[in-house]
Design a protein around this ligand. Structure first.
Ligand code: PLP
Length: 342
């Protein structure tokens, strides 16, 4: 079962909780499980939002250290692991999480072991080696990489796999807090997010709940849209079938590598987050996501990754169908840099 942190939240307004003098996600230290004195940081988070259409913004996670939102989770997971005495950090990854873990491990001075599918583009692999990590390439998907690490685990290894420790989500929830600040205390009507393991979506959902408990927002929520690709869409299928749990996706394939997660362990939490916020889920074909990745990059100057292109394609469809109204505020997430995919 996935683990979750329950915090004793301060009962104070945002201006007393948020450290506006800190230009990273550590500005939310008071609602994080790790204090800044333990932070293993490369100055992550507090990423910009760029307006790309009337009422539509892109939140640009490519501007994080190692070029993806995975840095948010890894600063928190590595900080917590080191504070708890971890000696060696291990994780399977579709690519970006491995790069982030390698960098934060290097920052902390602890060895890192990662396993990735053997067809992962070479930039993701080289990045891990650049930061001194031990890299294993495994045939199959991230699920097979996870099995490989489980079978070869050493006594000192600390597993920072998605949702097997609770801190990565805590780092990612800061995206929700940033939206609150960047939209002057009013959350957008719709948030469109790519889903692999689902921690981005789940983290923001948790942040909104915490903000309500602190009295910062009311019970309304942004409608959360989960975007996957046609070649690997367990959450979309679960949503469409009305299931409570996701079923493993057979023969998962997509070149939006971060979305090739055939059996997300937090799939059932994603389904809850989508339904409870009145959101939806959508799968995008490869051709369409690549076309929209290029179009949005060329139209905006933002370094769009294929996962971001899938999200943009989903936004366009939902706007066209009227599911998103022309008077609604929308944030689409570009979760990483496009440069590692070539
Ligand atoms: C660029 C990018 N976007 C989205 C995702 C999916 O994120 P999550 O696994 O948190 O759903 C990943 C995961 O690897 C990624 O690298």
């Amino acid at each position: 079962m996935p683990l979750r942190v329950d915090l004793h939240l301060p009962s104070a307004p945002p201006e007393e909780v948020i450290r506006s003098d800190v230009a990273s996600l550590w500005r939310y230290e008071r609602v994080l499980p790790v204090g800044m004195e333990h932070a293993v940081t490369l100055s992550e988070g507090w990423t910009p939002v760029f307006q790309v259409e009337d009422r539509v913004w892109v939140k640009d996670e490519a501007q994080n250290p190692t070029g993806s939102f995975k840095a948010r989770g890894m600063t928190m997971a590595v900080s917590a692991a080191i504070a708890l005495g971890a000696q060696r950090l291990v994780a399977p990854s579709a690519g970006n999480a491995a790069g982030a873990l390698s960098a934060y491990g290097a920052r902390a001075g602890v060895p890192v072991v990662v396993a990735m599918p053997d067809d992962t583009p070479h930039h993701f692999i080289n990045e891990c080696r650049h930061y001194g990590a031990e890299v294993h390439l495994v045939p199959g998907t991230i699920a097979d990489a996870g099995k490989f690490l489980a079978a070869n685990r050493g006594p000192d290894d600390f597993d920072v796999s998605t949702l097997k420790e609770p801190y990565r989500v805590e780092g990612k929830k800061t995206m929700g807090y940033e939206l609150f600040e960047q939209f002057a205390g009013r959350l957008p009507d719709v948030v469109v997010y790519p889903t692999g393991g689902g921690t981005g979506l789940v983290g923001m959902w948790k942040a909104f709940d915490e903000m309500e408990r602190m009295g910062w927002i009311d019970a309304r929520r942004p409608r959360l849209v989960s975007v996957q690709t046609a070649g690997c869409a367990p959450v979309v299928r679960g949503y469409e079938q009305g299931d409570e749990m996701t079923e493993p996706w057979i023969n998962a394939h997509t070149t939006a590598w971060g979305l090739r997660v055939p059996s997300p362990i937090g799939g059932f939490i994603c389904l809850r987050a989508i339904r409870e916020t009145g959101g939806t889920a959508m799968a995008i074909e490869e051709e369409e996501l690549h076309e929209q990745t290029g179009r949005l990059a060329a139209a905006s100057g933002i370094d769009i990754c294929p996962e971001g292109g899938a999200v943009w394609a989903a936004y366009l469809r939902l706007a066209e169908s009227g599911w998103i109204g022309s008077d609604e505020t929308v944030v689409v997430f570009n979760t990483g840099t496009g440069l590692k995919y070539r």
